[in-house]
Write a protein that binds this ligand. Sequence first.
Ligand code: SF4
Length: 621
Amino acid sequence: MMFGYGGKILRIDLTSGTHQAEPVSEKLAREYIGGRGFVAKILYDEVPKGADPLGPENAVVMASGPLAGTFAPAGGKVHFGAKSPATGGYGDSNMGGHFAAEMKYAGYDAIVLKGAAAGPSIIVIEDGKVQIKDGSKYWSKGAIEAERMMKDDLGEDFQIATIGPAGENQVVFACVSHDFGRQAGRTGIGAVLGSKKVKAIAIRGTQGFPLADPEKVIKKGKEIYDAAFAHPALKEWQDYGTAGVTTWANSIAAFPTKNFQTSYMEGNEALSGEEMRKRIIITDKACFGCPMACGKYSHTKTGKYEAYVEGPEYETTALVGGNCLLPSIEDVAYANYVMDELGLDTISGGGVAAFALECVEKGILSKDDFEGRDLKFGDIESVVYLCHLIASRKGIGDLLAQGVKKASQALGKGSDHFAIQVKGLEWSGYESWWAPANMLAYMTCDVGSHHSRAWAITHDIAVGREQMEGKARRVIELQHIRPMFDMLGACRLPWVELGIDLNHYADIFSVITGIDYKLEDLLHASERVWNLTRAFWKREVPEFGRSFDYPPPRFYKEEIPTGPARGHKIPMEDLDKLLDDYYQLRGWTRDGLPTMEKLLALGLDFVVRDLDSGAVAAVGA
Ligand code: SF4
């Protein structure tokens, strides 16, 4: 018997309308733990080389983890993954709420969708009963509106993941939405679901799953809860959520402002967590089993616009607020609502909107491209208009729907200089011109520039922003720690923000699963997955290598023009030095590819076998 797991992988073939469940093997659990680990292994094994990300041969994998649905604090994370339509490489994104726990209670550690339905569909799962139903009624509805409709139709007990019109129209940064405002936002998984004609997945589970030592799970879980409740920073997180760091990010010159033209926003206090609490928050929300309740539910009214929305979170105040120069928290919350309903990732959505606005400012796009409208930074109407244009893919919206990398390649005129992305994924909400470790973390992130894998700005400040020594080592440590949480199915914020001891997570994993792992065993598994996703990239994108880890030219060619970091930039030589250190410490080649020795040491023999068949031709070169 396997402890701590639902025990099954559910496979659904949308083309034939069939499904089957198979047991999770102990080998998979030991080597890949769950969540992101399962997603990466299944995608590597089952998505054929060269698959069109928006074709039926791509797969969408949803995976919870062993901590999900247990007494382990904040065990509410599910991972969604696919070959990314945004980047063409490995893609995944995690989502809070209650979906992960419900999957486990229905008996599933992973759900794999392949093929494509003939028409708009929803998937309804109740324990072992799996149905693919007509979804026409919900198609073209907003992501949150559709969730409400489905709860009304199916019952409140169902946990539901939906896509919005952006996903239906295969915008490459379309997200998956759940729990009226939680999203698997990044890498365009919503577009992959749209390409499969899947509007929603609804799941309900009524079963339990066995724990290796239930008493110890409760004891260890309580120990972690007690540590969280005793922490002095907890109240601030409960009051302001992630938006509480908005003014801090500005004060340390890390706040994306006007399409990353600078790192300091005048008037940023208007977007702060304090203003948010004072002006728009109605109540607080938590994911499954979470003591932090960082979710904020708000009511916003600005001019002719009014809405209820979960958020904004920090990344939205940064990318939609600072980056589009919106002057009030009400404006940011309204744009957040529009993006949530349309099913657009607010990070990429804010990045693409700001890119378009800079194109207008520089005369690369004009009002002729926008039905005669004068678009400008700082204008909520411009941002709302752009969101609808992109989600519907009308006119120039069709180009912007492909993300800033492809849009800049098509527009030319030097727009690649300010297309703020890595590997095709728009940059997360920390300006890093004056934060080399954070810059390296976003450059080398395995889904494109994203904060979830490693976030190192506090390290930059602690050890000195100018110092390069030691930065690569710290980034690698973080790139194994944060994704470890994604494998466990737990939220990392209690560790990041409340300092919960990492060893607790290995302890609770062991008493849940009966697998006697120490922290280093979990981190070793995390490193295995990191190398596997790098190999996935090389297999899918033959030219993949060092050049894919460089940031956009703005970051190494311009100096920061305003704020506390004024005059700073990171020269290319420093970026190359950081990459040299990083590759060497990882045991990779100078072009950033895992060596055969490294792959074998991590038990990735099957990747080495692909070497022989030519699938990963340059690995180890
Ligand atoms: Fe969800 Fe926030 Fe808790 Fe993490 S800290 S589990 S995101 S409520």
